[in-house]
Design a protein around this ligand. Structure first.
Ligand code: DGY
Length: 322
């Protein structure tokens, strides 16, 4: 009996590709060249399933490809805002993601950015590498203390909760959270106070960290006006999706020191970064590394594979989102 053909849009860790090859006919991408609308349309025409990633723009136009053989998009990642799920549903395409397995590593990277922005690690590293460090000085690169400060979480799902735990238990921070899906009556979790509005959270936080999905409602949630509600010494951290922040407004605010600093892992037009940010010392910029550990990338591969296996066995995929 012929096996389903799975088209894999990006190079994956070797054990994941080996596992996929053992289970399916696969078309891999050894050159790792990012897909184009045309190559995605080709994958939808030719494969029974497509294993895609955040770099694939699966727009309504692309998903309307006809004739189409593909019936499932197994996304290698938890965020799926790059897939037009309304169009996918309309065309009867199943979409899955890889939740849970990247929660801890993304929370760890959030703390990395928070600490790096607060303690000016990027500036310090650049100084040393440039050969410009003249030795210890009492006034050199003074940052701001993290321990004991107030951390405001925008979005209190799996990753937000994991960040709260690290911040409370590891750094003695007071944690507050704003998430419209939290019950009005209750606190967000033991030791985490719920804020009724975003403005309340922004006005009370020393650090603000974003953990909401990218949706039409959260697009540019952080903009010139909401940045204006933050405290002047506040630090913004974003490991969610670039679309949640108006990057140009953030660059202007950082240049004017309306807020103290930012730490970013994600960008509106990845891999492009707003040029206004690139020259600023008070922003730490990482290249979308949230889930980038060997352990997590293997686990994401296993999860995406499990979704494909279940689907082609006629079962409900465990992580179906559309
Ligand atoms: C995720 O899993 O959402 C990561 O950002 C990579 O897509």
């Amino acid at each position: 009996m012929s096996r389903p053909l799975v088209i894999v849009t990006r190079r994956l860790p070797d054990p994941v590709e080996q596992q996929l090859s053992a289970l399916f006919d696969v078309r891999l991408n050894p050159t790792d060249i990012p897909s184009t609308p045309a190559s995605l349309a080709g994958a939808l025409r030719e494969g029974d399933g497509v294993l895609c990633t955040v770099t694939d723009r699966l727009t309504a136009d692309v998903l309307a490809t006809a004739p189409r053989r593909a019936r499932i998009l197994a996304n290698f990642g938890v965020g799926f805002n790059h897939v037009d799920v309304v169009a996918a549903r309309h065309h009867g395409l199943v979409v899955t993601n890889t939740p849970d397995v990247l929660t801890d590593d993304t929370a760890d990277l959030t703390m990395t950015l928070l600490l790096a922005a607060a303690r000016r690690s990027g500036e310090g590293e650049r100084l040393v590498r440039a050969g410009s460090w003249s030795g210890w000085r009492p006034t050199q690169l003074l940052g701001t203390r993290v321990t004991g400060k107030v951390l405001g979480l925008v979005g209190f799902g799996r990753i937000g909760r994991a960040v709260a735990e690290r911040a409370r238990l590891g750094f003695g921070m007071s944690v507050i959270a704003y998430d419209p899906s939290l019950l009005a009556a209750a606190d967000a979790a033991p030791g985490v106070r719920r804020c009724a509005t975003l403005a309340e959270l922004l006005g009370a936080s020393d650090f603000v960290s974003l953990h909401c999905p990218a949706t039409p409602e959260t697009r540019h949630l952080i903009n010139a006006s909401t940045i204006g509600q933050m405290r002047a010494h506040a630090i913004l951290v974003n490991t969610s999706r670039g679309d949640v922040v108006d990057e140009t407004a953030l660059a202007v605010a950082l240049a004017r020191h309306d807020i103290a600093a930012a730490g970013l892992d994600v960008y509106e037009g990845e891999p492009a970064v707003d040029p206004g940010l690139l020259g600023l010392d008070n922003v730490v910029l990482l290249p979308h590394l949230g889930s980038a550990t060997v352990e997590t990338r293997l686990a994401m591969g296993e999860r995406a594979t499990a979704n494909l296996v279940a689907y082609f066995a006629g079962q409900e995929p465990p992580d179906r989102v559309a």
